[in-house]
Design a protein around this ligand. Sequence first.
Ligand code: ZN
Length: 410
Amino acid sequence: MSKLEKRLFDNDPYLDKITATVESCEKIKEGYSLILDRTIFYPRGGGQPCEGGTINGMNVLDAYDEGGEILHIVEQPIEAGTEVSIEINMKNRRANMCHHLAQHILSAIMTNEFDNDTVSAHMEDGYGHIELPRKMTPAELRDLEARAREVIAADHPVKTYYITPEEAQKVKYRGKITPHDMIRFVEIEGFDINACGGCHCRSTGELRHIVITGTKDVRGLFRIYFKAGADAEAELENRTLYLMSAQQSLGVEWSHELPEAAESTAKALMGAKATLEAYHNRIETLYYNYFLSISEDIGGRPFIKDFINDYYDTNTLKSVASRLVKEKKATVILCACDEQEGSLIFMRAKGPKEPDLGMYVKKLMADHGGRGGGSPVLAQGMFPTFTDAAHEAVMKAFEDIRNDAVKAAL
Ligand SMILES: [Zn+2]
C-alpha cells in the first residue's frame, strides 16, 4: 500500500474504528512511535490538530507526519506484526471537519466578494480562525455570515481527490498550491476548489450553521474567529444570554441600541481616563513642589523626609521621589500610612556611601513585622499593621538617616 493509500481519512473522514497491523515500533523520548499499515489518525499539521483516540485501548498521545509516514505516539510498545484495533475521538474529528469546511466557505466568500484573501487558517479545540490582510467592518462580517448561510442552505456536495501538479494547473482553483508530488483538492461543487490536506464534511448542509464569534488585530493582520456545526449551535444558544447581559449592563431597552450605547460608554470612559491622568499629573507636581519646599540642604543636595497620613498612593509617591532623585540628586525618605498599613519609600542619588537605605528598611521590617528591603540607594517596605512602635522606630530611623547624610557630606 502506498503512503497515500494508507491515509484512510483522506477518502473517508467519517471512519472512526478499524483494525490495522503494526509495521514498526520504535522507542523515542516521549514513548513509542508506531507505524501502521493503514490509519484513520489525522497527523496534526496544516492548521488542523490531531483528534486523539486509542490503539488497542492505549491513548494516542500524538500523531504526526514524518517523510510521508504517520507516526502514532503511545506509552507502551506493541510488537511489529500485531493486529490492533484503532479508534479516533469522533467528536473532535467532526468538529475539525466542520471547522475546516467552514473555513473553505468563509475564505472563498472573502476572496470572491470582499477581495480579502486568507493569509492563514487554524482549527482549534471548538473553533477556527482565519487571518486576513484587511480589517472588516461589523456590517461586512454580518454579510459574510449571511452569505455562508446561503452556501449551507444550498447543500453543495464536497469531494476530495489527488491530482498531479501538471493537471492541477488546468483547474481553476482558489489560493496557492505548495509543491507536492500529488495535489489534494477539496471541491465544494459549484462553489469553490482549494488545495487542502485536511478533513471535511461531505456536504455544506452538514454544517448547519457558521457563526462569526470574534475578531482580533494581530501582527498587522485581522483575525476572525468562527464556529461551525455543533460548536456553532452551542454558541447560538448563548447569543441571547450574551446580548441581554450587555443590554442590562449598559441600561438599554433593545439589542439594536447596544452598539451606540457601547460606543458612547467607551468614549465617556476615555474622557474620564484623560481627566484622571490630568489630575494625577497635577498631584505629582504639587507633591514635587511641596517636597522641595520642606527640603533641607545637606552637602548641596536636598534632603527630604516626610510622613504622609492623609491621601496617598504609593505609585505616585514613588514616581515623585524618582523625579527628585533624578533631577535634583535628592535623598527622599517617605513614610505613608493610613489607619491600618504603613509604606516606606526610601530613595537617594548615587554618590556618598552613607546612608544605606536598604539596611534601614530591612531592620525596620524585621523588627516590626513588615516585608521589604532594597539597595543602599533604593528601598521599599510595607507594614501590614502599622503599630505605634513601628511609627516611633520610623521617626528614629529618619533622624539616623539624616545624621548619616550629614556625616557623609562633611
Ligand atoms: Zn481544508
